[in-house]
Design a protein around this ligand. Sequence first.
Ligand SMILES: O=C(O)C1=C[C@@H](OP(=O)(O)O)[C@@H](O)[C@H](O)C1
Ligand SMILES: C=C(OP(=O)(O)O)C(=O)O
Length: 458
Amino acid sequence: MSSSLPPSPARSRRSGALTGRARVPGDKSISHRSLILGLLSVGETRIEGLLEGEDVLATGRACAALGATVERLAAGRWRVSGVGVGALKSPAETLDFGNAGTGSRLMMGVVGGHPIEATFDGDASLRSRPMRRILDPLEKMGALVVSAAEGGRVPLTLRGPNRTIPITYETPAPSAQIKSAVLLAGLNAPGVTTVIEREATRDHTERMLKAFGAEVTVEPHGAHGRAIRLVGEPELRATQISVPADPSSAAFALVAALVTPGSEIVIEGVMTNPLRTGLMTTLIEMGADVTLSDVHEVGGEEVADIVVRASRLAGVDVPPERAPTMIDEYPILAVAAAFAEGETRMRGLHELRVKESDRLAAVHAGLLACGVEARIEGDDLIVTGKGGVPGGGEPVATHLDHRIAMSFLVMGLASERPVAIDDAAMIATSFPDFVPLMRGLGAAIDVEGQVELHGASS
Ligand SMILES: O=C(O)C1=C[C@@H](OP(=O)(O)O)[C@@H](O)[C@H](O)C1
Ligand SMILES: C=C(OP(=O)(O)O)C(=O)O
């Protein structure tokens, strides 16, 4: 399990201008779904640009345990020979999802929706995360929770019915993971499964189910929501997938270039699905010089090169309804806000409390450790930017959370004194090449025990 790795302290220092071009790895959400839909369809699914992070690799192993043949042909190029929904098998061993909420929750939808049984487990972070939000709808669909840790957490054992009951389910939180688990279980239902979300969340499952041949319709629901209907028992057809670059990983290079004086970088081929671009919208409102070029389509998703120049940023008010489109980007937005002039209020961040860590608390504590003025009011995070950050405090506690680790390493690139973090190991869950990629742009980041390959000013 990833939590058993020894911690890997790291530090970043004030850097010269960041320059050059970079390509961040494939989108994590699409990567998980490519493997899972590959498992559920008969035939050979070919994937280009798969994110080879620990989270996605755990999903690959789980797909293999359920009966698929999962092969790595070359870097980022994978082949999944699926068994189709009829031939899934109960895995002999516990499915260890390490740090991965998405992989574990989507796979619960698969197991809880099909006549198989599996035990799910993960690291200390995953063991602390709520799974009732997934188990509740699955039980309505006929799944049995054989056993679970307190509060319905992992380790848990789940058994699916012969056929699931088609239900209409309104998600209690804006969560693409809940939506996706219900839809994946609905594949085995003799009828239509409907998911209603009051706020639209990332729609990769819907788009990809269609690409694999399922009948899915999406309609607006209320002011910000959607109703998604899936016709059960489709014959999923294996297909080819090109995974575009992950906007949630691009976010770190983007903010690093904005706050590091003199920087100008290009981040290539980043997915610009509008349900993922809330951070860019917000940064542009703050005065960021961010433009898109070479806009085109990859695998049914719009992608673009993002051109970023260092900018003077001003504080803004970020409305709560924007949260689903930038849910993983608040830690790095808080870093941008710390370098801005004036107050940034990020509203409605309750979902941040149930991520890999309590991100609201972790970001707040990290900001204070770096000498930034910040406070929490209810579910809002308020950062008072003074145009610069002192840094130099105690190491920031990352709580097994990759995004906390990367965000504070970005902070140190432009703060007066270095910023240290207690552990960089979890970065490998979503962005294994983060450190070399950032160093390639000129960032001064040192990980204990690793030699710095590309230098920057100290
Ligand atoms: O469906 C997905 O791929 C994801 C959904 C989001 O979680 P929630 O569904 O909990 O909002 C996000 O935080 C996660 O990184 C990826
Ligand atoms: C919340 C995240 O991932 P997951 O829920 O898959 O662990 C994330 O990557 O920021």
